[in-house]
Design a protein around this ligand. Structure first.
Ligand SMILES: Cc1ncc(COP(=O)(O)O)c(C=O)c1O
Length: 414
């Protein structure tokens, strides 16, 4: 489904007019479609149905409790990367047993918290992390289930900041080190070898790198499975790309499934997946209001009330978000869509054909559901945006707009 469509020139989120949401909740405002979330989750589950995968939605993409709860209700598990994300997932009703915990720098406190909550397993990124989990597990008398994250050294052909499976990236263990790492971990007390983990990067639009990565680890994985009786799981990570531009083709879960399924059949292991962006990316838009239109002989700057603190992807990754006016305009203007922050890098779109809007009009950055609010900050002491979830004709405020008081909460003057 298309969550955000125009009807008679007005932008709707499912059955609700976006201008009404902006009037009710103010701007900048994140708007999410609950039915889009459900549909994307189901598309992945159905494409991979033969494998009966445990889909663990990657909380980092969008960690709002209402998003997590919507996916809890669908039966989803969760991929987390911090104690904070574990707290969020459990608070929203996640089943601890369906939680997998990634990350290169888990602290002792975080590991013990996860052990006490009896999460599914840890995906482990180094030998010393395995040793640390063993110590914590012994200390608490709770077994720590682990899957080493393997870095298969494949090029996912994505932005270098979101490529994670090349040998120059900090993630996982190089192929040559993996077998030894399992031997070392198997000899440590308190650990159980659960399986193996791969996650090669994000916003990947071709299924080939996923197949390549699995081919690279297949023989090793079969040997590990034969060696360790508790080795029963392959976690194939996330990374499926979405269409940020009109002329871009999202990676269809069916195409992805066709590439990975033959290899997974050979492995005959329980499959875990960790999609984030492909579930929530196109379920969200960022709505903002035009403050100033500044035209010079060089170019036009449309200054809106959302900045890089609200949506950092354009500044950080040179990411493209489609920009549309909430009330359609046929005329366009060449220029930049910028925020109010004191940085030249503060833009949502640069050198683009933009809707010809005037001060007071509403605009929306599309495909902002993933790594949007989750990466937002209070830079320039800007309160973070409100978040709203639409379900059919109903809208729910799922995070109120921050206040100036919220920004200084926790600070003290010595
Ligand atoms: C370990 C791990 N799993 C899953 C994901 C989710 O990736 P995506 O949102 O591209 O599906 C990430 C993203 O960085 C990750 O690091």
């Amino acid at each position: 489904m298309q969550a955000f469509v125009y009807e008679s020139g007005r932008l709707f989120a499912e059955g609700v007019a976006v201008e009404d949401l902006a009037r009710r909740y103010g701007t900048p405002l994140y708007v999410y479609s609950r039915n889009h979330l459900r549909e994307r989750y189901r598309a992945i589950v159905s494409a991979m149905a033969e494998m009966k995968p445990l889909v663990c939605y990657s909380v980092k993409a969008n960690s709002n409790a209402a998003v997590i709860k919507t996916l809890v209700d669908e039966g989803s598990g969760f991929d987390i990367v911090s104690g904070g994300e574990l707290f969020r997932a459990l608070r929203a009703g996640a089943d601890a047993n369906k939680i997998v915990y990634a990350g290169v720098g888990k602290t002792r406190d975080e590991i013990e918290y996860a052990l006490r909550e009896r999460i599914g397993f840890f995906t482990v990124e180094s030998e010393s992390e395995a040793a640390r989990i063993s110590e914590c597990a012994r200390h608490l008398g709770i077994p720590g289930r682990i899957a080493f994250r393997v870095n298969p050294d494949v090029d996912p052909q994505t932005h270098k900041y979101i490529s994670t499976g090349k040998k120059e990236n900090k993630f996982g263990l190089d192929l040559e080190r993996v077998v030894k790492a399992y031997e070392m971990a198997a000899a440590l007390p308190g650990l159980e070898i659960a399986g193996l983990h791969l996650h090669i990067g994000s916003q990947i639009l071709s299924a080939d790198p996923f197949g390549q990565a699995l081919r690279k680890i297949k023989e090793m994985c079969l040997a590990l499975k034969a060696k360790y009786p508790t080795f029963r799981t392959i976690d194939i990570g996330g990374g499926l790309g979405i269409d940020y531009k009109a002329d871009q083709q999202a990676l269809d879960p069916a195409v992805y499934a066709a590439a990975v399924m033959p290899l997974l059949r050979e492995l005959d292991l329980k499959v875990v997946m960790e999609p984030g962006r492909s579930i929530v990316g196109n379920a969200g838009i960022l709505v903002c209001r035009v403050q100033v239109v500044k035209a010079s002989h060089f170019k036009t700057f449309i200054v809106v009330d959302a900045g890089m603190n609200d949506l950092i992807r354009p500044s950080l990754y040179q990411a493209h978000h489609e920009i549309k006016a909430v009330t359609e305009t046929s005329k366009t203007v060449m220029g930049d869509l910028v925020g109010p922050i004191c940085e030249s890098g503060d833009f949502l779109a640069q050198d683009r054909e933009l809707p010809d809007v005037k001060e007071g009009d509403l605009m929306a950055a599309f495909s902002a559901g993933a790594y949007g609010f989750a990466m937002s900050s209070n830079y320039n002491s800007r309160p973070r945006a409100a978040e709203v979830m639409v379900d059919g004709n109903d809208a729910y405020l799922i995070r109120r707009r921050e206040t100036w008081e919220d920004i200084v909460r926790g600070e003290s003057i010595p």
